[in-house]
Ligand binder design. Structure first.
Ligand SMILES: Nc1nc2c(ncn2[C@@H]2O[C@H](COP(=O)(O)OP(=O)(O)OP(=O)(O)O)[C@@H](O)[C@H]2O)c(=O)[nH]1
Ligand SMILES: [Zn+2]
Length: 199
């Protein structure tokens, strides 16, 4: 069964509570909450918020453990250009971009799709980019126990684009390296292999 909840599975009482709060926010920003176009907006917004924060209900370790296989492959495995959408914990505005993840197996590999799933579990929470990078890195490192793991995230932050400093073209890059990726040659090989996507 998919670890990702469907909208229909949302807790009805919770959705109702969040819906009421959105209704109040709409009223307080000066909207006419009775107008037709806004009729379903509080409920839609509540469901969207629950969707965007569904990572709190999911267990990334369980996702990895469910698809680990013994395999004698000792080279780097890279999954690059994993798109991600998260919410910054300061403004609750989106930040979005790509994650590049690599690991060097230590007797066991993991189902490829599980890496993007782990990225999603930690992205679908209120985050800062640095902690998101660290969460993904540590989860893979402690669960799969590979010889090395590397995570690079490139993202644009809406809170820096549509408000505040209003910079439209800045991209933030964060990275984390464990095990063999702490060696400069291994790290450079990984960075070279993903470099076609780094601007
Ligand atoms: N390090 C880090 N900072 C972030 C992230 N997302 C948002 N921020 C920053 O969080 C900071 C919050 O700073 P504050 O001065 O408290 O908030 P603010 O007055 O809204 O700041 P401005 O955005 O500069 O207007 C801002 O500098 C944001 O750019 C993130 O993922 N990582
Ligand atoms: Zn922000």
């Amino acid at each position: 069964m998919s670890p990702f909840r469907q909208l229909e599975e949302y807790d009805i009482e919770l959705t109702q509570e969040i819906k009421e709060r959105y209704l109040r926010i709409l009223d307080e920003i000066g909207e006419d909450v009775e107008r037709e176009g806004l009729e379903k907006t509080p409920e839609r917004a509540a469901k969207a918020m629950l969707f965007l924060t569904q990572g709190y209900q999911q267990d990334a370790v369980k996702i990895l453990k469910g698809a680990m296989f013994k395999e004698d492959y000792n080279e780097m495995v890279i999954i690059k250009d994993i798109e991600l959408y998260s919410l910054c914990e300061h403004h609750m505005l989106p930040f979005f971009g790509k994650a590049h993840v690599a690991y060097i197996p230590n007797g066991q590999i993991v189902g490829l799709s599980k890496i993007p799933r782990v990225v999603d579990v930690f992205s679908r929470r209120l985050q800062v980019q640095e902690r998101l990078t660290h969460d993904i890195l540590e989860c893979i490192n402690t669960t799969l126990k590979p010889k090395g793991v590397a995570v690079v995230i490139e993202a644009a932050h809406m809170c820096m684009m549509m408000r505040g400093v209003q910079k439209q073209n800045s991209v933030t890059t964060t990275s984390g390296f464990r095990g063999q990726f702490e060696k400069i040659e291994t790290r450079n090989e990984f960075l070279k292999l993903i470099s076609s996507d780094l601007s």
